[in-house]
Write a protein that binds this ligand. Sequence first.
Ligand SMILES: Cc1cc2nc3c(=O)[nH]c(=O)nc-3n(C[C@H](O)[C@H](O)[C@H](O)COP(=O)(O)O)c2cc1C
Length: 306
Amino acid sequence: MNRKADLSLKIGKLYLDNPIMTGSGTFGFGREYEDFIDISKLGAVVVKGLTLEPRKGNKRPRIAETPSGMLNSIGLENPGVKHFIQEELPYLKKKGVKVIANIAGNTIEEYCKMAKILNKTECDAIEMNISCPNVKKGGVAFGTDKDIVYKITSEVRKCYDKTLIVKLSPNVTNIKEIAINAEKGGADSISLINTLLGMAIDINTRRPKLKNNVGGLSGPAIKPIALRMVWQVSQVVNIPIIGMGGITSLEDIIEFMLAGANAVAIGTGNFINPAITIELIEELESYLINNEINSINELVGKIRTY
Ligand SMILES: Cc1cc2nc3c(=O)[nH]c(=O)nc-3n(C[C@H](O)[C@H](O)[C@H](O)COP(=O)(O)O)c2cc1C
């Protein structure tokens, strides 16, 4: 019998063939993975974080391996949004894959400028990374203040017609109030989680392993935290959730969906196995068929809590 399973879903105005996308900053602009996988089969490619002007990023070393995870302090090294539109976006669109631009800025005005520019392109959606320092407010990350989250989302919403995803930082005490304000501000979807602030020290040199001293922790080590936050956020918002944080297996994906994620992103997993995304799409399809689940959407939020 040749059964098929429906892996498709909708996020805002965006239709995806399947719920598996790449985590920003872990898949470059897709070219790097061309030799390993057919990137046109991905639900969507979320590209490396973009800023208005090109950025060099932080000093090296900026990667350190930790138990079941990694620390990074890349510092948003990227060629800028204009380069992306001219050189990278046409390549990705030619492949026929949905493209989500991850954007970051120093001010709300910078986010709006980028949104306006991207609105006129073939790029399918924006993911706003609001975990960066708000220079105007003195080094506080946008994403940790619920009032700023509302303000920045509603301002960007005014200049962007397509699907707007707001990516949340886990470095907060109350993820629910942040998510509620992103939805109130007009977000079509929420993605979470970004990396957790961490540190590693070399005992011989007595120096931090990262030149930046601290960095973002990702990988399987953060999965339980990500899962908890996805579940908490799914209780308080009505918009689709893109879950991420340590996903490396089919079981991880099912867990995230049961917790309330409509789609998932694979980040650090790409470094361990460059073909992981495509393998997981195939495994997910087989899982649905074997368990006689017609549509992926049937799994979302079906956790049986105590
Ligand atoms: C090397 C590296 C670079 C990253 N760069 C970005 C970025 O530019 N923008 C962003 O929103 N998230 C960035 N992230 C966070 C990931 O997209 C993802 O949210 C996080 O790593 C958790 O997922 P994972 O455990 O599957 O990696 C980066 C993560 C890593 C490891």
